[in-house]
Design a protein around this ligand. Structure first.
Ligand SMILES: [Zn+2]
Length: 356
Protein backbone atom coordinates (compact mmCIF):
# COMPACT_ATOMS: atom_id res chain seq x y z
CA UNK A 1 0.00 0.00 0.00
CA UNK A 2 1.18 3.52 -0.79
CA UNK A 3 2.54 5.40 2.20
CA UNK A 4 3.17 9.14 2.13
CA UNK A 5 5.28 11.32 4.41
CA UNK A 6 3.08 13.19 6.87
CA UNK A 7 2.50 16.88 6.17
CA UNK A 8 1.10 18.85 3.24
CA UNK A 9 0.77 16.68 0.14
CA UNK A 10 0.91 18.06 -3.39
CA UNK A 11 1.35 16.84 -6.95
CA UNK A 12 1.68 13.05 -7.36
CA UNK A 13 1.27 12.61 -3.61
CA UNK A 14 -2.09 14.38 -3.67
CA UNK A 15 -3.14 12.22 -6.64
CA UNK A 16 -2.09 9.12 -4.65
CA UNK A 17 -4.11 10.33 -1.65
CA UNK A 18 -7.22 10.69 -3.82
CA UNK A 19 -6.63 7.30 -5.44
CA UNK A 20 -6.33 5.65 -2.01
CA UNK A 21 -9.64 7.16 -0.91
CA UNK A 22 -11.50 6.11 -4.06
CA UNK A 23 -10.03 2.60 -3.96
CA UNK A 24 -10.84 2.32 -0.25
CA UNK A 25 -14.38 3.66 -0.61
CA UNK A 26 -13.93 6.65 1.66
CA UNK A 27 -13.67 10.43 1.33
CA UNK A 28 -12.05 13.34 3.16
CA UNK A 29 -13.77 16.18 4.93
CA UNK A 30 -12.56 19.46 3.41
CA UNK A 31 -12.89 21.86 6.30
CA UNK A 32 -13.04 25.63 5.90
CA UNK A 33 -10.69 27.45 8.26
CA UNK A 34 -10.30 31.14 9.04
CA UNK A 35 -7.60 31.29 11.73
CA UNK A 36 -4.78 29.42 13.41
CA UNK A 37 -7.34 28.16 15.96
CA UNK A 38 -9.59 26.56 13.38
CA UNK A 39 -6.65 25.27 11.31
CA UNK A 40 -4.95 23.69 14.32
CA UNK A 41 -8.27 22.18 15.42
CA UNK A 42 -8.59 20.43 12.05
CA UNK A 43 -5.03 19.07 12.34
CA UNK A 44 -5.78 17.82 15.87
CA UNK A 45 -9.09 16.30 14.74
CA UNK A 46 -7.42 14.44 11.86
CA UNK A 47 -4.62 13.19 14.10
CA UNK A 48 -7.20 12.00 16.66
CA UNK A 49 -9.13 10.17 13.93
CA UNK A 50 -5.95 8.89 12.23
CA UNK A 51 -7.42 10.24 9.01
CA UNK A 52 -5.93 12.40 6.30
CA UNK A 53 -7.79 15.63 5.68
CA UNK A 54 -8.28 18.59 3.34
CA UNK A 55 -8.06 22.13 4.70
CA UNK A 56 -9.44 25.02 2.68
CA UNK A 57 -9.96 28.76 2.83
CA UNK A 58 -12.60 30.86 1.16
CA UNK A 59 -11.54 34.32 -0.01
CA UNK A 60 -13.21 35.79 3.08
CA UNK A 61 -11.58 33.19 5.31
CA UNK A 62 -8.19 34.03 3.84
CA UNK A 63 -8.80 37.75 4.39
CA UNK A 64 -9.74 37.07 8.02
CA UNK A 65 -6.60 34.95 8.44
CA UNK A 66 -4.47 37.93 7.39
CA UNK A 67 -6.49 40.28 9.59
CA UNK A 68 -9.82 41.91 8.90
CA UNK A 69 -8.21 45.28 9.59
CA UNK A 70 -5.46 44.97 6.95
CA UNK A 71 -5.86 48.10 4.81
CA UNK A 72 -5.65 46.39 1.40
CA UNK A 73 -8.42 43.80 1.46
CA UNK A 74 -7.36 42.14 -1.78
CA UNK A 75 -3.78 41.72 -0.57
CA UNK A 76 -5.21 40.29 2.66
CA UNK A 77 -7.12 37.65 0.67
CA UNK A 78 -3.93 36.63 -1.09
CA UNK A 79 -1.50 36.83 1.83
CA UNK A 80 -3.94 35.28 4.31
CA UNK A 81 -4.17 32.20 2.08
CA UNK A 82 -0.38 32.13 1.76
CA UNK A 83 0.05 32.48 5.53
CA UNK A 84 -2.36 29.60 6.21
CA UNK A 85 -0.62 27.35 3.67
CA UNK A 86 2.82 28.16 5.08
CA UNK A 87 1.50 27.51 8.60
CA UNK A 88 0.30 24.08 7.43
CA UNK A 89 3.58 23.29 5.63
CA UNK A 90 5.45 24.04 8.86
CA UNK A 91 3.18 22.26 11.36
CA UNK A 92 1.03 19.58 9.67
CA UNK A 93 3.79 16.97 9.61
CA UNK A 94 4.05 17.17 13.40
CA UNK A 95 0.51 15.77 13.62
CA UNK A 96 1.48 12.62 11.69
CA UNK A 97 -1.23 12.81 9.01
CA UNK A 98 -1.44 13.98 5.39
CA UNK A 99 -3.09 17.30 4.62
CA UNK A 100 -4.11 18.77 1.28
CA UNK A 101 -4.25 22.58 1.21
CA UNK A 102 -6.94 24.07 -1.00
CA UNK A 103 -8.82 27.30 -1.64
CA UNK A 104 -12.59 27.40 -2.03
CA UNK A 105 -14.99 29.11 -4.49
CA UNK A 106 -13.52 31.74 -6.80
CA UNK A 107 -16.11 33.15 -9.16
CA UNK A 108 -15.43 35.37 -12.19
CA UNK A 109 -14.68 38.43 -10.03
CA UNK A 110 -12.20 36.39 -7.99
CA UNK A 111 -10.10 35.10 -10.90
CA UNK A 112 -7.48 37.78 -10.03
CA UNK A 113 -7.37 36.31 -6.49
CA UNK A 114 -6.49 32.87 -7.88
CA UNK A 115 -3.93 34.39 -10.25
CA UNK A 116 -2.29 36.34 -7.42
CA UNK A 117 -2.13 33.17 -5.29
CA UNK A 118 -0.47 31.44 -8.25
CA UNK A 119 2.10 34.25 -8.42
CA UNK A 120 2.89 33.50 -4.76
CA UNK A 121 2.75 29.76 -5.46
CA UNK A 122 5.34 30.12 -8.22
CA UNK A 123 7.70 31.97 -5.88
CA UNK A 124 7.22 29.26 -3.27
CA UNK A 125 7.83 26.56 -5.88
CA UNK A 126 11.09 28.16 -6.97
CA UNK A 127 12.33 28.31 -3.38
CA UNK A 128 11.05 24.93 -2.15
CA UNK A 129 10.60 22.70 -5.19
CA UNK A 130 6.94 22.07 -4.41
CA UNK A 131 3.69 24.01 -4.65
CA UNK A 132 2.27 26.04 -1.79
CA UNK A 133 -1.26 24.69 -2.32
CA UNK A 134 -2.38 21.23 -3.41
CA UNK A 135 -5.20 22.78 -5.43
CA UNK A 136 -7.39 25.83 -6.01
CA UNK A 137 -11.06 25.98 -6.91
CA UNK A 138 -12.36 28.02 -9.81
CA UNK A 139 -16.15 28.25 -9.65
CA UNK A 140 -17.44 29.64 -12.94
CA UNK A 141 -20.64 27.62 -12.74
CA UNK A 142 -22.71 30.82 -13.01
CA UNK A 143 -21.09 31.60 -16.41
CA UNK A 144 -21.75 29.93 -19.77
CA UNK A 145 -19.99 26.56 -19.95
CA UNK A 146 -17.66 27.67 -22.78
CA UNK A 147 -16.27 30.46 -20.61
CA UNK A 148 -16.15 28.15 -17.58
CA UNK A 149 -14.09 25.55 -19.43
CA UNK A 150 -11.80 27.93 -21.36
CA UNK A 151 -10.85 29.80 -18.17
CA UNK A 152 -10.49 26.52 -16.29
CA UNK A 153 -8.20 25.23 -19.06
CA UNK A 154 -6.14 28.44 -19.02
CA UNK A 155 -5.58 28.33 -15.26
CA UNK A 156 -5.10 24.55 -15.11
CA UNK A 157 -2.25 24.93 -17.58
CA UNK A 158 -0.49 27.24 -15.15
CA UNK A 159 -1.29 25.02 -12.15
CA UNK A 160 -0.17 21.82 -13.89
CA UNK A 161 3.24 23.42 -14.37
CA UNK A 162 3.50 23.59 -10.57
CA UNK A 163 2.09 20.11 -9.97
CA UNK A 164 -1.21 21.49 -8.71
CA UNK A 165 -4.77 20.28 -9.16
CA UNK A 166 -7.83 22.37 -10.09
CA UNK A 167 -11.37 21.98 -8.76
CA UNK A 168 -14.08 23.24 -11.10
CA UNK A 169 -17.85 23.47 -10.62
CA UNK A 170 -20.54 22.39 -13.04
CA UNK A 171 -24.15 23.08 -12.17
CA UNK A 172 -25.01 25.34 -9.31
CA UNK A 173 -24.75 24.58 -5.61
CA UNK A 174 -27.66 26.30 -3.91
CA UNK A 175 -27.20 28.77 -1.08
CA UNK A 176 -24.12 30.89 -0.72
CA UNK A 177 -20.62 30.49 0.62
CA UNK A 178 -18.97 33.68 1.74
CA UNK A 179 -20.86 35.85 -0.71
CA UNK A 180 -20.25 33.50 -3.65
CA UNK A 181 -23.24 31.50 -4.71
CA UNK A 182 -26.79 31.67 -5.85
CA UNK A 183 -30.14 32.10 -4.22
CA UNK A 184 -31.83 29.46 -6.35
CA UNK A 185 -34.68 27.81 -4.51
CA UNK A 186 -33.52 24.28 -3.76
CA UNK A 187 -37.05 23.05 -3.26
CA UNK A 188 -38.02 24.05 -6.81
CA UNK A 189 -37.45 21.69 -9.70
CA UNK A 190 -34.52 23.64 -11.09
CA UNK A 191 -32.34 21.80 -13.60
CA UNK A 192 -29.42 24.14 -12.86
CA UNK A 193 -29.21 22.56 -9.41
CA UNK A 194 -28.40 19.24 -11.09
CA UNK A 195 -25.20 18.88 -13.09
CA UNK A 196 -25.73 17.60 -16.62
CA UNK A 197 -23.58 14.52 -17.46
CA UNK A 198 -22.92 15.95 -20.96
CA UNK A 199 -21.29 19.01 -19.36
CA UNK A 200 -19.12 16.77 -17.21
CA UNK A 201 -18.03 14.79 -20.28
CA UNK A 202 -17.14 18.03 -22.05
CA UNK A 203 -15.03 19.12 -19.06
CA UNK A 204 -13.31 15.74 -18.96
CA UNK A 205 -12.44 15.92 -22.67
CA UNK A 206 -11.15 19.46 -22.36
CA UNK A 207 -9.16 19.27 -19.12
CA UNK A 208 -7.79 15.71 -18.95
CA UNK A 209 -5.01 16.40 -21.50
CA UNK A 210 -3.89 19.47 -19.51
CA UNK A 211 -3.66 18.28 -15.93
CA UNK A 212 -5.29 16.90 -12.81
CA UNK A 213 -8.70 18.23 -11.88
CA UNK A 214 -11.78 17.48 -9.83
CA UNK A 215 -15.42 18.40 -10.35
CA UNK A 216 -17.83 19.86 -7.85
CA UNK A 217 -21.04 18.47 -9.22
CA UNK A 218 -24.47 19.61 -8.17
CA UNK A 219 -26.98 16.98 -7.19
CA UNK A 220 -29.37 19.15 -5.21
CA UNK A 221 -26.80 20.09 -2.58
CA UNK A 222 -27.04 23.44 -0.84
CA UNK A 223 -24.54 25.45 1.19
CA UNK A 224 -25.60 25.83 4.79
CA UNK A 225 -28.03 23.87 6.91
CA UNK A 226 -31.75 24.01 6.23
CA UNK A 227 -34.88 22.49 7.66
CA UNK A 228 -35.06 18.76 6.79
CA UNK A 229 -37.05 18.15 3.63
CA UNK A 230 -35.98 21.37 1.92
CA UNK A 231 -33.04 19.75 0.19
CA UNK A 232 -33.60 16.87 -2.20
CA UNK A 233 -30.27 15.19 -2.83
CA UNK A 234 -30.09 13.00 -5.93
CA UNK A 235 -26.68 11.25 -5.74
CA UNK A 236 -27.56 9.16 -8.81
CA UNK A 237 -26.73 12.31 -10.83
CA UNK A 238 -23.09 11.65 -9.91
CA UNK A 239 -23.33 8.06 -11.08
CA UNK A 240 -24.79 9.17 -14.42
CA UNK A 241 -21.78 11.42 -15.04
CA UNK A 242 -19.31 8.69 -14.08
CA UNK A 243 -21.08 6.17 -16.32
CA UNK A 244 -21.09 8.51 -19.32
CA UNK A 245 -17.34 9.23 -19.11
CA UNK A 246 -16.59 5.56 -18.47
CA UNK A 247 -18.58 4.52 -21.57
CA UNK A 248 -17.13 7.21 -23.85
CA UNK A 249 -13.51 6.72 -22.83
CA UNK A 250 -13.49 3.04 -21.79
CA UNK A 251 -12.01 3.98 -18.43
CA UNK A 252 -12.25 2.03 -15.20
CA UNK A 253 -15.07 2.62 -12.73
CA UNK A 254 -15.51 6.18 -11.36
CA UNK A 255 -13.00 7.97 -13.62
CA UNK A 256 -13.99 11.40 -12.28
CA UNK A 257 -12.79 12.89 -8.99
CA UNK A 258 -15.98 14.33 -7.56
CA UNK A 259 -16.48 16.88 -4.79
CA UNK A 260 -19.56 17.26 -2.61
CA UNK A 261 -20.23 20.91 -1.65
CA UNK A 262 -22.72 21.85 1.02
CA UNK A 263 -22.10 18.66 3.01
CA UNK A 264 -23.22 20.16 6.32
CA UNK A 265 -26.55 18.78 7.48
CA UNK A 266 -26.71 15.97 4.89
CA UNK A 267 -28.21 12.57 5.61
CA UNK A 268 -25.66 9.87 6.30
CA UNK A 269 -27.09 7.36 3.80
CA UNK A 270 -26.82 9.91 1.00
CA UNK A 271 -23.26 10.79 1.98
CA UNK A 272 -22.33 7.08 1.70
CA UNK A 273 -24.10 6.80 -1.64
CA UNK A 274 -22.25 9.86 -3.00
CA UNK A 275 -18.91 8.43 -1.83
CA UNK A 276 -19.67 5.16 -3.64
CA UNK A 277 -20.00 7.20 -6.86
CA UNK A 278 -16.46 8.62 -6.63
CA UNK A 279 -16.82 11.57 -4.27
CA UNK A 280 -13.43 11.90 -2.53
CA UNK A 281 -13.97 15.31 -0.85
CA UNK A 282 -16.92 16.65 1.10
CA UNK A 283 -16.85 20.29 2.11
CA UNK A 284 -17.85 21.11 5.65
CA UNK A 285 -18.09 24.62 7.02
CA UNK A 286 -21.46 25.40 8.61
CA UNK A 287 -21.37 22.46 11.04
CA UNK A 288 -17.85 23.22 12.27
CA UNK A 289 -18.68 26.94 12.57
CA UNK A 290 -21.55 25.98 14.86
CA UNK A 291 -19.38 23.55 16.87
CA UNK A 292 -16.78 26.31 17.41
CA UNK A 293 -19.28 28.98 18.45
CA UNK A 294 -21.51 26.69 20.49
CA UNK A 295 -18.55 25.70 22.69
CA UNK A 296 -17.75 29.38 23.34
CA UNK A 297 -21.40 30.12 24.07
CA UNK A 298 -21.55 27.34 26.67
CA UNK A 299 -18.33 28.48 28.31
CA UNK A 300 -19.45 32.10 28.54
CA UNK A 301 -22.86 31.05 29.87
CA UNK A 302 -21.31 28.90 32.57
CA UNK A 303 -18.81 31.59 33.61
CA UNK A 304 -20.65 34.78 32.76
CA UNK A 305 -19.34 36.84 35.71
CA UNK A 306 -15.79 36.39 34.39
CA UNK A 307 -16.90 38.22 31.25
CA UNK A 308 -18.33 41.12 33.25
CA UNK A 309 -15.66 41.65 35.94
CA UNK A 310 -11.91 41.13 36.20
CA UNK A 311 -12.40 40.73 39.96
CA UNK A 312 -15.82 39.82 41.36
CA UNK A 313 -17.19 42.93 43.15
CA UNK A 314 -19.12 40.77 45.66
CA UNK A 315 -16.48 38.35 46.91
CA UNK A 316 -13.20 39.49 45.32
CA UNK A 317 -12.70 36.36 43.18
CA UNK A 318 -10.10 37.06 40.46
CA UNK A 319 -11.34 35.80 37.08
CA UNK A 320 -8.10 35.95 35.05
CA UNK A 321 -8.01 32.17 34.61
CA UNK A 322 -11.47 32.24 33.02
CA UNK A 323 -11.26 35.28 30.74
CA UNK A 324 -7.83 34.35 29.35
CA UNK A 325 -8.82 34.04 25.66
CA UNK A 326 -7.04 30.69 25.46
CA UNK A 327 -9.72 29.23 27.75
CA UNK A 328 -12.64 29.90 25.46
CA UNK A 329 -10.68 29.39 22.24
CA UNK A 330 -9.50 26.01 23.50
CA UNK A 331 -13.12 25.06 24.24
CA UNK A 332 -13.96 26.11 20.68
CA UNK A 333 -11.11 24.02 19.25
CA UNK A 334 -12.29 21.01 21.21
CA UNK A 335 -15.80 21.58 19.84
CA UNK A 336 -14.45 21.40 16.30
CA UNK A 337 -12.31 18.33 17.08
CA UNK A 338 -15.37 16.51 18.46
CA UNK A 339 -17.67 17.50 15.59
CA UNK A 340 -15.14 16.42 12.99
CA UNK A 341 -14.92 12.90 14.46
CA UNK A 342 -18.48 12.50 13.22
CA UNK A 343 -17.48 13.72 9.75
CA UNK A 344 -14.56 11.26 9.55
CA UNK A 345 -16.98 8.50 10.59
CA UNK A 346 -19.61 9.52 8.02
CA UNK A 347 -17.02 9.61 5.24
CA UNK A 348 -15.33 6.38 6.30
CA UNK A 349 -11.84 7.91 6.56
CA UNK A 350 -11.29 7.22 10.28
CA UNK A 351 -8.17 5.10 10.84
CA UNK A 352 -7.33 5.19 7.11
CA UNK A 353 -4.46 7.71 7.09
CA UNK A 354 -1.78 6.64 4.61
CA UNK A 355 0.89 8.75 6.34
CA UNK A 356 3.78 6.62 7.44
ZN1 LIG B 1 -19.07 25.18 -2.01
Amino acid sequence: MTKLSPGVVTGDEYIALIAAAKAGGYAFPAVNVTSTNTLNAVLEAAATAKSDVIIQLSNGGAQFYAGQGMPDGFRAKVLGAVAAARHAHLLAKEYGICVAMHTDHANKELIPWVEAMLDEGEKYYQANGKPLFSSHMLDLSAEPIDFNLSESARLLERMAGLGMSLEIELGVTGGEEDGVGSDLDASADNSRLYTQPEDVLQAYDRLTPIGHFSVAASFGNVHGVYKPGNVKLRPEILKNSQDLVERQHHTGKNPLNLVFHGGSGSEKAQISEAVSYGVFKMNIDTDTQFAFSQAIGKFVDANHRAFEYQIDPDDGTPYKKLYDPRKLLREAEKGVVTRLQEAFDDLGSKGKSIAG
